[in-house]
Design a protein around this ligand. Structure first.
Ligand code: ZN
Length: 242
């Protein structure tokens, strides 16, 4: 085989190696995304639990303030009633006191319910915090493993690219230009040997004369049927007789 053919075959092998490593690098992404989605879900639950607790604590403060002020009002009404001697005034003050008692009692019930809700929100926050901690610790090993794989692949990729660039220098410029164009278009193997006189990719037979010419000169040609580059792998038996 011609040196150009040998160099191009080597180059294609190295391009495939580079692409395989790039694909492996990309395949790490979905694994990270799965971890990230799980963590985000837990983080959102945690954030909601914090917001709920803050809101319930605020409501509790308000309920306690209302309970305290209505209790003060009730005490004031009680004192008022105690100081009254007139029966008619006493009846009115007594009604006012009853109303104040009712308001104070309602406010205290509300404060008690708010206390229960705060305790409930605290428990849910603790659960969410624990769930988050568990997710983070369980993901740590997986994230370390992925980072290790990435590191190895990136090192291999640097090496493979260097080798690839070295091989590219051994292919003549016009041939390299043609090859890169075909490879970009096909996104895969672009160089095939002739197999039994046919294109190694699509199996279309080449005219005998053209095959002989390729064997003799080592020329790399395009398959007119499928557009790959084809080369004669070794002198064909017919060529030996020429
Ligand atoms: Zn073909």
């Amino acid at each position: 085989m011609q040196p150009d053919v040998i160099a191009l075959v080597a180059l294609e092998g190295e391009d495939s190696a580079v692409e395989a490593l790039e694909a492996r690098l990309r395949s790490l992404e979905p694994r990270l995304q799965v971890l990230e989605r799980t963590r985000e879900t837990a983080a959102a639950t945690l954030e909601r639990a914090r917001t709920t607790l803050a809101a319930e604590q605020e409501k509790l403060i308000q309920a306690k303030t209302r309970a305290s002020s209505s209790r003060t009002l009730q005490e004031r009404n009680q004192k008022q009633l105690d100081s009254i001697t007139n029966v008619r005034e006493a009846t009115a003050a007594s009604a006012q006191l009853d109303q104040a008692r009712k308001i104070a009692s309602d406010a205290e019930s509300e404060a008690a319910r708010a206390t229960v809700r705060v305790e409930d929100a605290k428990a849910r926050l603790a659960e969410a915090e624990q769930a988050m901690a568990e997710i983070e610790s369980s993901q740590e090993a997986e994230r370390t493993a992925i980072a290790g794989e990435r590191h190895t692949i990136e090192a291999d990729l640097r090496h493979a690219r260097m080798k690839r660039d070295g091989s590219a220098k051994r292919v003549s410029q016009p041939l390299l230009g043609r090859y890169e164009k075909v490879r970009r278009r096909r996104r895969g193997q672009s160089l095939f040997p002739l197999i039994n006189g046919a294109c190694g990719s699509c199996d279309t037979k080449l005219p005998v004369q053209r095959r002989l010419e390729m064997s003799r000169t080592g020329a790399i040609e395009m398959c007119e049927a499928c557009g790959v580059m084809i080369y004669a792998p070794a002198p064909e038996p017919v060529a030996a007789k020429v």
